[in-house]
Design a protein around this ligand. Sequence first.
Ligand code: UDP
Length: 642
Amino acid sequence: KELNDLLIRLENVKPSQNAYTILKDRYFLKDENREYLENDWDDIAKRVARHVASAEVLYTDDVEKIREIENIYYRLVLSRVFLPNSPTLFNSGKTMSRKIFTKEVKDMIYEDYKYIYDNKGKHNMLSACFVIPMEDSMEGIFNAVKNSAMIMKYGGGVGYDFSVLRPQGSSIAGTGGKSSGPISFMNVFNVSASTIEQGGARRAAQMAVMRYDHPNVLNFIHAKKNNDGKSVLNYFNISVNIDNPEEFLELVNEDGELSLIHGGKEFDKIKAKEMLKTISENAWKSGDPGLLFLGRHNKYYAMSEKTPVRATNPCGEEPLPPYGSCNLGSIDIAKLINDFDITRENEVFKEIVYWCTRFLDDVIDINVYPLKEIEEMSRAQRFIGLGIMGLADALYYKELPYDSNEGREFMAKVTAALAYYSHVSSSDLAKERGNFPEFENSKYPKAFIPFPMLKEDYMKQWNEKIIEHFNSEAIKYKRNVQTNTIAPTGSISNLADTSSGIEPNFMLAYIRYMTDKEGNKVPLPYINKVLLNKLNSHMTDDLEAEIIEKGSLKNINGISEELKRIFITSMDISPLDHVLAQNAIQSYLDASCSKTINMPNDVSVDDVYDIYKKALSLNLKGITIYRDGSLQTQVLTSNEKK
Ligand code: UDP
């Protein structure tokens, strides 16, 4: 009943004008003459819910039950409490009979659901995240180019581990020539990506990973040195993988050396400190490379013995084994925060998480994978990535500063609740539908906990519940190898009119320009709704103009210190506080999270170096920094700094 009341209220809140501008440009289905088949958010909610619920035909022949499930999915999406990743919004029901998707749910018969399930085709690719393997041969490399093109075409992002490739200058058997090296091949992938418009709706995105001990690692670290955001490997994020961050940090502190090796052969030696400095210099200049700590991920990944992870998807939140894929979905906690306490055990949140987990598990079944190998891997381990968005707005409502102990306590507890309920749900689903096929080969039967948890006293209650879950009878059952990921939610948070992922708000008010399909710049003015709410009658046109001008409350006269403290924005949060927030959240995630450590323009290379060192010593699975103004193509800038 409580959930019902909540949904009724939220279903009545229509998406904003800005959200509709984006929907119209990218999300509403069109026919072959480019005429709109949809014009309301309701149309998308219905299409997506129906398409995904039709996977239920695999588990029941009770049409009444499928209709009920469709209705719950529909209401979660319509209310924007939960949104799946963009490919699910783009591609559900695409190129299928419109008649079935415009029926009232009460008129749906079993054969309709069966029709949707049986007639899915390559256009119905629903996942955002992929990793494909690289092979050290010409054929292998160009096969990967082709495979990734197919993934990007339908709206997925791809990651690769380039460390597999032999170093530049190595001999090539059969030709007597020398290898041009991994970086030159990255350019081939970049050109391929540049010619693909993903699902006709967005830019292709890729992640290149290289191990810290590959002989070409310095070339890799410098690969985006001359990046202006537009031309140099601009379809790539790049990250250096330090498998064992503790050991690496020790080497840095002792000023020790490490060997650069390939195929068991040592090519060179380099001081760990020098490597970290070089990484810091480049990241200071252009944001790349970031760091990944995939050894740490493998420690918490239940299948690492059989299929170790060596790369992540483009934005880093989803480490995956070769041929792995993951579909994501995010719950907007800002929409829930005023109704109940998500930091404690709560039946309504539990129920929401259960349905979202079931939705994402259904997506695995109804999904059409771009490659047979990806289908096999995805079905064998059943990766799903349920996360949150709206954290910053939720903290505003709760009046907890993002950079405070109380703020971090909130973040850790909300993530623990998410992790606990989704794992309980995954076990419940397994009782009904069976374990993920590799369950017996995984670490779960040995009572393994897939994340480190925090030691703080305030986490005691959640930690105990989590330990009990992974030790108890429940652990005979697990439907999904991983359940939680926090995505950037770059587009879907705009559709939900909430703050993105776990990031603080970059600005409280701004005008963002979206380039539409015709190349026109469309202004999307925005002002934070929680702030509007709080200022209420104190908000005047002059004040609004000043907030748009300055982006934050920091330098505005007449605003109380308390309000300034609560409504903090990204650039006013210290880099260390960004890292501590990431740590609080990462401690309860089995996969990873998308987070940028934003730094002011005037930080030094040493500041970047110190932040990287800090990241090496915590629970983080990686780190991405960005220094304000370092790229010309920055999406958001505050007027004050221009
Ligand atoms: N992604 C992509 N291209 C894009 C944006 C995203 O391929 O332009 C993929 C990428 O793997 C990323 C994931 O989608 O990590 C999730 O991104 P985000 O949450 O921003 O996507 P949304 O669902 O909001 O569109």
